[in-house]
Design a protein around this ligand. Structure first.
Ligand code: NAP
Length: 304
């Protein structure tokens, strides 16, 4: 039987509707909208496309959206000054610096310069540390892992006690999603295995997964015989495998052989239309949460 498709686009629309209502409520209560700044350095076509999708979504929700686009030869000092200005701006509640940055700029220095309380991407080491501690300490969850967890929960996938296998250990996807799903609590409490290029016999690990999350960036890495029948497969990979002259767009593929895997898995995410839209929805959710916190603090400061 063919797997049920986990429709990330439909789920993300559901979340964006909730956030639109929350944004309207914040505007009514405080007279201000959530403020998001998107900073893009250079003209990498993939980055341009990601940023414009984020900007479009923020505007649709009614955010105060500030776009800062700078040429590729912008200096690190200049970028750090832009971030310092955004840190100090009370109308900005979320700062997003689109990665990758040009080579002459240190991503590490730039990410460290963002106020952790405006770090809506959740990449600052302070926020990754808070994630490790868990519970009340968490301020911002990184967007792609949060989107994965949210889509699993909203699709009714049982995580309590489940065997979850994550392929890939990057700081933005693999490591944080492994930590999140292994936390004690609802929507988590799984037994997690984190795999990578040093893993011996990757296929055997994948085969025992109730939930298989693949974030390697290798097209077609996971073949159907690596999937336990009925398992849930979350394909994070976005690989450009060609160019469609007719549409003028890149042809994208995930890390999983989707057509064949759909015959074995119980549930599966498509690429595109799976994790990608959920990532953007989580960025918006982080911004709304940040705005709520900052606006409440400002209001109590004004009263005090
Ligand atoms: P990354 O930083 O390149 O890390 C890739 C990870 O996969 C590494 O840990 C690497 O292992 C592991 N890996 C690579 N090939 C492998 C193999 N053959 N067997 C086992 N492990 C392997 O990647 P990333 O930034 O996490 O992104 C991963 C993919 O997700 C990319 O396609 C990216 O475009 C996509 N992505 C999508 C979204 C979205 O919103 N849809 C967001 C972020 C990323 P080692 O550590 O041993 O090198």
């Amino acid at each position: 039987m063919a797997a049920t498709i986990i429709d990330g686009l439909a789920l993300s629309r559901e979340i964006l509707d909730e956030l639109r209502a929350e944004t309207a409520q914040l505007k009514q209560q405080y007279g201000k909208a959530p403020g998001l700044v998107t900073i893009l350095v250079g003209d990498n076509p993939a980055s341009l496309s990601y940023v414009s999708r984020k900007v479009k979504t923020a505007l649709e929700l009614g955010f105060h959206e500030v776009q800062i686009n700078r040429p590729a030869d912008t200096s690190e000092e200049e970028l750090l000054q832009i971030i310092a200005d955004c840190n100090a701006d009370p109308d900005i509640h979320g700062i997003l610096v689109q990665l990758p940055l040009p080579r002459h700029i240190s991503e590490k220095r730039v990410l460290l310069a963002i106020d952790p309380d405006k770090d809506v991407d959740g990449f600052h080491p302070m926020n990754l540390g808070r994630l490790l501690v868990g519970g009340e300490s968490i301020t911002f969850l990184p967007c792609t892992p949060a989107g994965i967890q949210e889509m699993l929960v909203r699709s009714g996938v049982e995580l309590d006690g489940a065997d979850v296998v994550v392929v890939g250990r990057s700081n933005i996807v693999g490591k944080p999603v492994a930590v999140m799903l292994g936390q004690k609590g609802p929507g988590a409490n799984a037994t997690v295995t984190l795999t990578h290029t040093g893993t011996r016999d990757l296929a055997s690990h994948c085969r025992r997964a109730d939930v298989l999350i693949v974030a390697a960036g290798v097209a077609g890495l996971v073949s159907p015989d690596w999937i336990k029948p009925g398992a849930t497969v979350i394909d994070v990979g976005v690989n450009r495998i060609g160019f469609n002259e007719a549409t003028g767009k890149a042809i994208l593929s995930g890390d999983v052989d989707f057509a064949a895997a759909s015959q074995v898995a119980g549930r599966i995410t498509p690429v595109p239309g799976g994790v990608g839209p959920m990532t953007i929805a989580m960025l918006m959710r982080n911004t709304v949460r940040s705005a709520r916190k900052h606006l409440a603090e400002q209001a109590s400061g004004d009263r005090g």
